[in-house]
Design a protein around this ligand. Structure first.
Ligand code: ADP
Ligand code: ADP
Length: 226
């Protein structure tokens, strides 16, 4: 059984102009420890699907489960990374990373220990006392990933996380993400419209289309990782 199981997922937005069927009958799964990408053209419903997995949207049809249980809302067990990550500007890098742990009531010393370990893995130690506005876009996104990982999620959901970065920074970020994924043994579901990036990073790729039944192909990637 998959850690994430999506069966015949449908999502309809109700708008002023009427209903929009954003996703129809999509099925997929993610196994524990697997790195899975979803690729597809803009507007096919990738963000919508990811938002449902994060718990921000409720399915209009079908089922979305984690560990066999229907998703009932956002959870620290599923970290979500958007293209534009909004860090708290009034908090330092380390305070940003510690925030979720503080909310969970983790002690100060334990928060510091966990934050420092993850910041080290992401190469952010020299920046731990900086404020976000002093960081480049790539650095901010790095902090965002570390922040999402701090509470120990089993699943990381990423929606075009590197879309706004230049090619060189993107490459570095891909390596950091791969490194974190391998070390922390989490499952990753990664949305991109860049098929090369998906091939480079993933165990498996779903190709999504805008028509009902949304998944066009499922591809296992046998290539070595970066
Ligand atoms: P993708 O991430 O693949 O670009 P989206 O999930 O953003 O696709 O969008 C899928 C479809 O749903 C598109 O037709 C989009 O215009 C529509 N859509 C997305 N968000 C909303 C919303 N909040 N209200 C109405 N329609 C939406
Ligand atoms: P992407 O293609 O990167 O997924 P979009 O530019 O399609 O993102 O959407 C950006 C935001 O706008 C999302 O929050 C999405 O839900 C919302 N959105 C997209 N399409 C519509 C729409 N037709 N009506 C209302 N909101 C929309």
């Amino acid at each position: 059984r998959g850690l994430i199981e999506v069966h015949d997922f449908c999502l309809r937005y109700e708008t002023m102009e009427g209903a929009v069927d954003a996703v129809s009958d999509v099925s997929l799964n993610v196994q524990p420890g697997e790195f899975v990408s979803i690729v597809g053209p803009s507007g096919c419903g990738k963000s919508t699907l990811l938002n449902a997995l994060a718990g921000f949207l409720t399915p209009s049809g079908g089922t979305v489960t984690v560990d066999g249980e229907a998703i009932s809302g956002p959870s620290a067990d599923r970290g979500m990374i958007f293209q534009q990550y909004s860090l708290f500007p009034w908090k330092t890098v380390r305070e940003n990373v510690e925030f979720g742990l503080k909310m969970k009531g983790v002690s100060r010393s334990e928060r510091e220990r966990r934050a420092r370990t993850l910041l080290g893995l992401a190469g952010l130690t020299p920046f731990e006392n900086h404020y976000p506005d002093r960081l480049s876009g790539g650095m901010k996104q790095r902090v965002g990933i570390v922040r999402a990982l701090a509470t120990g999620p089993r699943i990381l959901l990423l929606d075009e996380p590197f879309g706004a970065l230049d090619a060189q920074t993107r490459l570095i970020m891909q390596q950091i993400l791969t490194n974190m994924w391998q070390r922390l043994k989490i499952s990753v579901l990664f949305v991109t419209h860049d098929i090369d990036e998906a091939i480079f990073l993933s165990d498996r790729i779903y190709v999504m289309t805008a028509r009902p039944g949304g998944i066009k192909a499922e591809v296992a990637v046998p290539l070595p990782r970066p």
